[in-house]
Design a binder for this molecule. Sequence first.
Ligand code: ADP
Ligand code: MG
Length: 137
Amino acid sequence: MIERTLSIIKPDAVERNLIGQIINIFEKNNIVIRAIKRVKLNKKDAENFYSVHKDRPFFNDLCQYMSSSDVVVMVLEGENAVLKNRELMGATNPKDAAKGTIRNLFALSLDKNSVHGSDSKENANIEIKFFFKDLAN
Ligand code: ADP
Ligand code: MG
Protein backbone atom coordinates (compact mmCIF):
# COMPACT_ATOMS: atom_id res chain seq x y z
CA MET A 1 0.00 0.00 0.00
CA ILE A 2 1.32 3.45 -0.92
CA GLU A 3 1.68 5.48 2.27
CA ARG A 4 3.47 8.51 3.65
CA THR A 5 5.82 8.96 6.56
CA LEU A 6 7.82 11.80 8.11
CA SER A 7 11.60 11.89 7.92
CA ILE A 8 13.89 14.47 9.54
CA ILE A 9 17.56 14.90 8.69
CA LYS A 10 18.99 15.90 12.08
CA PRO A 11 21.48 18.73 12.79
CA ASP A 12 24.57 16.51 12.73
CA ALA A 13 23.86 15.38 9.17
CA VAL A 14 22.74 18.80 7.89
CA GLU A 15 25.91 20.34 9.33
CA ARG A 16 28.07 17.77 7.52
CA ASN A 17 26.35 18.44 4.15
CA LEU A 18 24.83 14.95 3.98
CA ILE A 19 21.33 15.97 2.80
CA GLY A 20 21.92 14.77 -0.76
CA GLN A 21 23.52 11.48 0.23
CA ILE A 22 20.63 10.65 2.57
CA ILE A 23 17.98 11.58 -0.01
CA ASN A 24 19.86 9.47 -2.54
CA ILE A 25 19.38 6.41 -0.34
CA PHE A 26 15.63 7.04 -0.21
CA GLU A 27 15.35 7.60 -3.96
CA LYS A 28 17.42 4.51 -4.81
CA ASN A 29 14.90 2.54 -2.74
CA ASN A 30 11.84 3.78 -4.64
CA ILE A 31 10.81 6.36 -2.08
CA VAL A 32 9.52 9.66 -3.45
CA ILE A 33 10.28 12.96 -1.68
CA ARG A 34 6.71 14.29 -1.63
CA ALA A 35 7.57 17.46 0.33
CA ILE A 36 10.73 18.95 1.81
CA LYS A 37 11.82 22.01 3.78
CA ARG A 38 14.82 23.18 5.79
CA VAL A 39 13.81 24.71 9.11
CA LYS A 40 15.25 25.73 12.46
CA LEU A 41 13.05 24.44 15.29
CA ASN A 42 12.87 26.34 18.55
CA LYS A 43 12.95 24.42 21.84
CA LYS A 44 9.15 24.55 22.19
CA ASP A 45 8.66 23.13 18.67
CA ALA A 46 11.01 20.26 19.49
CA GLU A 47 9.23 19.60 22.82
CA ASN A 48 5.87 19.48 21.06
CA PHE A 49 7.15 17.24 18.30
CA TYR A 50 8.78 14.77 20.74
CA SER A 51 6.04 14.98 23.39
CA VAL A 52 5.67 11.14 23.38
CA HIS A 53 9.14 11.07 24.97
CA LYS A 54 8.43 13.74 27.61
CA ASP A 55 8.98 11.37 30.54
CA ARG A 56 12.19 9.83 29.20
CA PRO A 57 15.47 10.86 30.85
CA PHE A 58 16.93 12.02 27.52
CA PHE A 59 13.96 14.27 26.61
CA ASN A 60 15.59 17.59 27.47
CA ASP A 61 18.89 16.77 25.72
CA LEU A 62 17.00 15.50 22.68
CA CYS A 63 14.93 18.69 22.37
CA GLN A 64 17.99 20.86 22.99
CA TYR A 65 19.83 19.01 20.24
CA MET A 66 16.99 19.06 17.71
CA SER A 67 16.69 22.84 18.14
CA SER A 68 20.46 23.49 18.02
CA SER A 69 20.65 24.14 14.26
CA ASP A 70 18.80 23.52 11.01
CA VAL A 71 17.01 20.28 10.23
CA VAL A 72 15.46 19.09 6.95
CA VAL A 73 11.91 17.74 7.24
CA MET A 74 10.44 15.56 4.51
CA VAL A 75 7.32 13.63 3.66
CA LEU A 76 8.41 10.32 2.14
CA GLU A 77 5.95 8.44 -0.05
CA GLY A 78 6.04 4.86 -1.32
CA GLU A 79 5.05 1.24 -0.84
CA ASN A 80 5.02 0.54 2.94
CA ALA A 81 6.95 3.79 3.43
CA VAL A 82 6.70 3.80 7.24
CA LEU A 83 8.40 0.43 7.71
CA LYS A 84 10.71 0.87 4.73
CA ASN A 85 12.03 4.15 6.12
CA ARG A 86 12.69 2.50 9.49
CA GLU A 87 14.63 -0.26 7.71
CA LEU A 88 16.67 2.22 5.68
CA MET A 89 17.42 4.27 8.83
CA GLY A 90 18.77 1.35 10.86
CA ALA A 91 18.70 0.90 14.65
CA THR A 92 18.52 3.93 16.97
CA ASN A 93 22.03 3.30 18.27
CA PRO A 94 24.43 3.38 15.30
CA LYS A 95 26.48 0.65 16.98
CA ASP A 96 23.53 -1.68 16.37
CA ALA A 97 22.57 -0.37 12.92
CA ALA A 98 22.78 -2.87 10.06
CA LYS A 99 25.46 -2.35 7.42
CA GLY A 100 24.49 0.09 4.68
CA THR A 101 21.70 1.75 6.67
CA ILE A 102 21.73 5.54 7.04
CA ARG A 103 22.68 5.40 10.69
CA ASN A 104 25.41 2.82 10.01
CA LEU A 105 26.85 5.03 7.28
CA PHE A 106 26.50 8.48 8.85
CA ALA A 107 25.45 8.58 12.52
CA LEU A 108 27.97 9.82 15.09
CA SER A 109 26.34 8.56 18.30
CA LEU A 110 23.05 7.53 19.91
CA ASP A 111 21.90 11.15 20.12
CA LYS A 112 23.57 12.46 16.92
CA ASN A 113 22.07 9.68 14.84
CA SER A 114 21.42 11.68 11.65
CA VAL A 115 17.74 10.89 11.00
CA HIS A 116 14.30 10.70 12.58
CA GLY A 117 11.52 8.54 11.14
CA SER A 118 7.92 7.96 12.19
CA ASP A 119 7.50 4.60 13.92
CA SER A 120 3.90 3.79 12.88
CA LYS A 121 1.30 4.94 10.38
CA GLU A 122 -0.66 6.58 13.18
CA ASN A 123 2.36 8.57 14.36
CA ALA A 124 3.31 9.34 10.75
CA ASN A 125 0.00 11.16 10.34
CA ILE A 126 0.49 13.13 13.54
CA GLU A 127 4.08 14.01 12.62
CA ILE A 128 3.29 14.91 8.99
CA LYS A 129 0.54 17.28 10.19
CA PHE A 130 3.05 18.95 12.48
CA PHE A 131 5.04 20.22 9.47
CA PHE A 132 2.84 19.79 6.36
CA LYS A 133 -0.82 20.34 7.20
CA ASP A 134 -2.41 18.90 4.05
CA LEU A 135 -0.29 15.81 3.43
CA ALA A 136 -1.27 13.26 6.08
CA ASN A 137 -2.31 9.74 4.99
P1 ADP B 1 14.17 6.38 17.01
O1 ADP B 1 14.72 7.73 16.58
O2 ADP B 1 14.99 5.25 16.44
O3 ADP B 1 12.70 6.23 16.72
P2 ADP B 1 13.42 6.76 19.81
O4 ADP B 1 12.10 7.22 19.29
O5 ADP B 1 13.45 5.70 20.84
O6 ADP B 1 14.37 6.27 18.59
O7 ADP B 1 14.21 8.00 20.43
C1 ADP B 1 14.19 9.27 19.80
C2 ADP B 1 15.58 9.81 19.75
O8 ADP B 1 16.04 10.08 21.08
C3 ADP B 1 16.63 8.86 19.16
O9 ADP B 1 16.72 8.92 17.76
C4 ADP B 1 17.91 9.32 19.82
O10 ADP B 1 18.50 10.40 19.11
C5 ADP B 1 17.43 9.80 21.18
N1 ADP B 1 17.62 8.75 22.19
C6 ADP B 1 16.97 7.58 22.28
N2 ADP B 1 17.37 6.86 23.34
C7 ADP B 1 18.33 7.60 23.94
C8 ADP B 1 19.15 7.43 25.08
N3 ADP B 1 19.07 6.32 25.84
N4 ADP B 1 20.03 8.41 25.38
C9 ADP B 1 20.11 9.52 24.63
N5 ADP B 1 19.37 9.76 23.53
C10 ADP B 1 18.49 8.82 23.18
MG1 MG C 1 11.06 7.23 17.52
